[in-house]
Design a protein around this ligand. Structure first.
Ligand SMILES: [Zn+2]
Length: 127
């Protein structure tokens, strides 16, 4: 089993509804996102999947969040845009993409870093 990982970032504002503390006020982060994929079979070049294609897929997925107030975007109009919910949203947005089946890999996890020392990893309902 091989696991590959790519990283991307986006800049966005958010605030946490119902939170007693500074994070209830509007503020921003440069969110770092790590996407990990797994698979077994290498192609004739010795690659599981091209890093270039993984990077493109991640960038496409992050682009709608960049320079936005996350609280204005579904699903964060109704669920708090915590790092946990952002990781779950990104996982659930990525998982059904035909990219994975086409390339014979599966989405393993999405990790969202809210700061250089705080991250959340989401790997689906049952793992
Ligand atoms: Zn925050």
């Amino acid at each position: 089993m091989f696991e590959m990982q790519v990283k991307g970032t986006f800049d966005a504002a958010h605030h946490l509804r119902g939170y007693a503390g500074k994070c209830s006020r509007l503020h921003g982060h440069t969110w770092m996102v790590e996407m990990a994929v797994q698979g077994e079979a290498l192609n004739e070049l010795g690659m599981l999947v091209d890093f270039k294609d993984l990077n493109r897929l991640l960038q496409e997925t992050l682009e709608p969040l960049d320079h936005r107030n996350l609280n204005d975007l579904p699903p964060f109009t109704s669920v708090n845009p915590t790092a946990e919910n952002i990781a779950k949203y990104l996982y659930e947005t990525l998982a059904p993409r035909p990219f994975f089946q086409r390339n014979g890999v599966r989405l393993s996890s999405v990790r969202v870093w809210e700061s250089p020392h705080s991250s959340v990893r989401y790997s689906g309902e049952n793992s």
